[in-house]
Design a binder for this molecule. Structure first.
Ligand code: SF4
Length: 526
């Protein structure tokens, strides 16, 4: 094949449909045994015996679709399963593209799990291993194709450019390429492209092609960009564009045709879909419900989840989630998963770095917004997997204690309001990584910059995750019984081991896990 598109196994697996299993690649390989990683990150079988990928990362599908639309033929372009590259790379091959999200383990989740790169994430191991496979084929067969890396993680290879050269990478592409993919590939083939290709323009909605094969997790994009303006956020650098419903439905149908019956609607924030009120961010509920309805009405779609949202719209329009739940057929056997950003409990940091995140509310109302939104989500069978950031530039101990206070409020107020059985959420602590408007700042250095307050944020957040895993995996994992039991066993044992190791780490540094004194204060205030 002239153009071979591929990605490593961390991006080609559905992780046995375990909620948030996709983050397994971020764990330290020195701590999580290979056997456990391999078992959970089971790679999907290819579409055919030569090894064409049946499912592939959504971004890679977009590159494929753009190339096919803009001059390349089906006989020239393939999305290859990473275990079968040898069947596609040969004398005719001009370009091999390795699509990546976290090639060197500098992503916020990996940085937290690997204690600031002290350990090596499976994401990094698998990316390097795929590069090694590509380069071995090139050398053994004496070929001269170009190796190209693209995808949301390509910034890491620009950041460590020497490392990219050592891996044999000829070109690194950064930016949205739907409208220029064919032109870039032609320039690479003609030796007229620079080593680092920065795409500075954006495709219009019309220039974004429709995918032609299934995406991992049935992912379908509904919008690009955001508009809330958080300073640390890379997607925020993009112009907000909404994909029309007809195009979305077309991609849903393609996924269904290739066997996917659960669709994940991807956006930076689903509740911004077709937003009209750009001042107060009051959601366009009608457009959101119309979108959900259209997707759920596609024959063969059983479940649908949005990937990300902000939570202020849930409180701003109290009908939004209840009405959505009806359309999505949410219930005790069908929880809707979603990842919102909780970020911090500190009004000061909110004001400084993300002043629109809580609109139409104020930074000082954020903690109440989080509680109210979580109550509404849980009451309507939505399961938020919150992320929060540790080590934002200028974060003081007081700021971090405010986050501890918010975690505590979540832990105690939500079950009180919705009942213990219905209260479900996790809070994943991420390490600050300099991206977006803060790209010139330093990475959060967990070893040097940890203090008691930040330690408590991390410990509390993990404790919520571990407790939740033992409560909810049984109804969230849809696998044959023996596999399900094995996954539960691994998750429980793994969760306890993580908590123990954080406790040990804290003890060594002399940190105390603070008791629930702040809860008492909150109760007194109420
Ligand atoms: S709301 Fe989320 S996606 Fe939007 S700018 Fe902020 S962090 Fe980025």
């Amino acid at each position: 094949m002239k153009i071979v598109l591929t990605a490593d196994r961390t991006l080609m697996s559905k992780y046995r449909n375990i909620p948030l299993g996709d983050f397994l690649g971020c764990v330290p390989s020195e701590r999580v045994p290979r056997k456990i990683y391999d078992f959970i990150s089971k790679v999907e079988a290819p579409l055919d015996s030569i090894g064409t990928a049946r499912v592939a990362p959504y971004g890679l599908r977009k590159i494929e679709a753009a190339l096919l639309r803009d001059g390349f033929s089906r006989n020239e372009v393939v999305v290859a399963h990473s275990d079968y590259l040898h069947n596609f790379i040969g004398e005719d091959t001009e370009v091999v593209v390795n699509y990546t999200m976290d090639p060197l383990g500098f992503g916020p989740v990996s940085m937290m799990f690997t204690i600031g790169h002290k350990y090596t994430s499976y994401n990094e191991i698998e990316f390097r291993s795929l590069m090694d496979t590509i380069m071995t084929i090139k050398k053994k067969r004496n070929l001269s194709f170009k190796t190209v890396v693209s995808g949301p993680g390509s910034w890491q290879l620009v950041y460590k450019f020497d490392e990219a050269k050592k891996l044999g990478i000829d070109h690194i592409i950064q930016g949205e390429g739907d409208h220029v993919a064919a032109e870039i590939i032609n320039r690479i083939i003609n030796n007229s492209a620079p080593e680092i290709i920065n795409i500075t323009s954006w495709p219009s909605v019309e220039q974004i092609p429709t995918i032609v094969g299934a995406s991992v997790q049935g992912l379908v994009e509904v919008m690009r960009g955001c508009g809330r303006g958080c300073a640390y956020c890379m997607p925020n650098m993009r112009v907000a564009r909404y994909i029309p419903i007809e195009k979305i439905v077309e991609e849903v149908k393609i996924n269904v045709r290739y066997g996917e019956d659960t669709i994940w609607l991807h956006s930076e924030d689903i509740f911004l879909y077709k937003l009209e009120d750009k001042r107060n961010f009051i959601p366009n509920t009608e457009a959101i419900l119309e979108l959900f309805d259209a997707v759920m009405n596609v024959d063969g779609v059983k479940h649908m989840h949005p990937t990300h949202c902000s939570i202020a719209p849930i409180v701003a329009d109290s009908n939004l989630v209840p009405l959505s739940s009806k359309i999505l057929r949410a219930g005790p056997d069908n929880w809707i998963g979603i990842q919102p950003g909780l970020e911090t409990g500190s009004g000061e940091l909110l004001r400084k770095y993300m002043a629109n995140k809580m609109k139409p509310f104020s930074p000082d109302e954020w903690q109440d917004v989080v509680i109210e939104a979580t109550v509404t989500l849980n009451e309507n069978y939505w399961f938020p997997a919150y992320t929060l950031i540790v080590g934002l530039p200028g974060e003081t101990e007081d700021d971090a204690w405010e986050t501890v206070r918010l975690l505590e409020r979540l832990e105690y107020e939500v079950p009180e309001r919705v009942g213990k059985e219905k209260a479900h959420f996790i809070t994943a602590p991420l390490s600050f990584v300099p991206l977006g408007a803060l790209k010139d700042r330093d990475f959060f250095n967990i070893e040097e910059e940890l203090n008691e307050a930040r330690f408590n944020v991390i410990y509390r957040a993990w404790r919520i995750i571990v407790k939740e895993i033992s409560r909810s995996l049984k109804f969230l994992v849809d696998q044959p019984l023996p596999i399900k039991l094995l996954i539960e066993l691994i998750a429980r044992a793994g969760g306890k081991a993580i908590l123990r190791s954080i406790e040990k780490y804290g003890r060594k540094r002399g940190y105390l896990i603070k008791p629930q004194t702040t809860v008492m204060n909150i109760k007194a205030e109420l």
